[in-house]
Design a protein around this ligand. Structure first.
Ligand code: KIV
Length: 271
């Protein structure tokens, strides 16, 4: 199936078109202008994920990430792109206290970055907040299953949906976020039969985006540095499509050797 051809920047509602036409939705994370620029022609949406705390800053979890960090990186990604929809993660502590807090911070993200949508972690208990934002003009992407901001209450980064109760709860979360008007839902770290049941459920009309979920999802997303082979560790659901860590290592070793031996800079690099 070919890519969605559109001459303007994609909007949140365009993902529904992909689903309706049976085109898989392609997404990756990016935090920088230059990498986002490479992704732009290939991705329907680029997520400025709060995973930037762990990937860029070496944090143990995403919890310390601030709204200001998200805004600065989202501005960079917007500068580097012209085509893909840019979605910005709401970091921990920026939306949970009330619907009003969520709206004020989401509005700030959209105003200060020019991004087209925000993403919020959480299931049924946040459905009311999702509906409140959508009614006020904020396109919301949901995120259920393994929600990294809940690492302390989940007891670790654990795969979700095991057992009857786990399945029932996730289906309820998906239904609630769908019915609240989310334009898409990320399904992360969910056992395949449950992820498949959600993705193929006729009542879930909004596109599902899988990450460690099911091939049946309407689209897939990965963290860019993981799939490029830049991260030293990555979860089981990551396929490494590149080996950038090795390539960088080799390039840096070559540079160090040439500087040490006096072979760099050569005449062609000298004014
Ligand atoms: O922050 C992030 O990168 C994410 C993706 C893993 C979906 O939320």
């Amino acid at each position: 199936m070919s890519q969605l051809v559109i001459s303007r920047r994609l909007r949140a509602i365009d993902l529904a078109k992909c689903k309706a036409e049976g085109r898989k939705i392609i997404a990756l994370t990016a935090y920088h202008a230059h990498t986002a620029g490479i992704l732009d022609a290939h991705c329907d949406f680029i997520l400025v994920g709060d995973s930037l705390g762990m990937v860029m800053h070496g944090m143990e979890t995403t919890l310390p990430v601030t709204l200001e960090m998200m805004i600065v990186q989202a501005q960079a990604v917007m500068r580097g792109t012209t085509r893909a929809l840019v979605v910005v993660d709401m970091p921990f502590g920026s939306y949970e206290a009330s619907r009003e807090q969520a709206f004020m911070n989401a509005a700030r993200v959209l105003k200060e970055t020019g991004a087209g949508a925000i993403k919020m972690e959480g299931g049924a208990r946040f459905a009311d907040t999702v509906a409140f934002l959508v009614e006020r003009g904020v396109p919301v992407m949901g995120h259920i299953g393994l929600t990294p901001q809940s690492v302390n209450t989940m007891g670790g980064f654990r795969v979700q949906g095991r057992g009857e109760e786990g399945e029932r709860r996730l289906m309820e979360d998906a239904r609630a976020i769908n019915d609240a008007g989310a334009f898409a839902i990320v399904l992360e770290g969910i056992v395949e039969p449950v992820a498949r049941a959600i993705a193929t459920n006729a009542a879930i009309t909004t596109p599902t985006i899988g990450i460690g979920a099911s091939v049946e999802c309407d689209g897939q997303i990965l963290v860019l540095e993981d799939m490029l082979g830049l991260s030293d560790r990555a979860p089981k659901f990551v396929k490494r499509f590149g080996s950038l860590r090795d390539q960088i290592e080799e390039a840096v070793r070559g540079y160090a050797e040439e500087v040490r031996s006096g072979r760099f800079p050569a005449d062609e690099h000298t004014y």
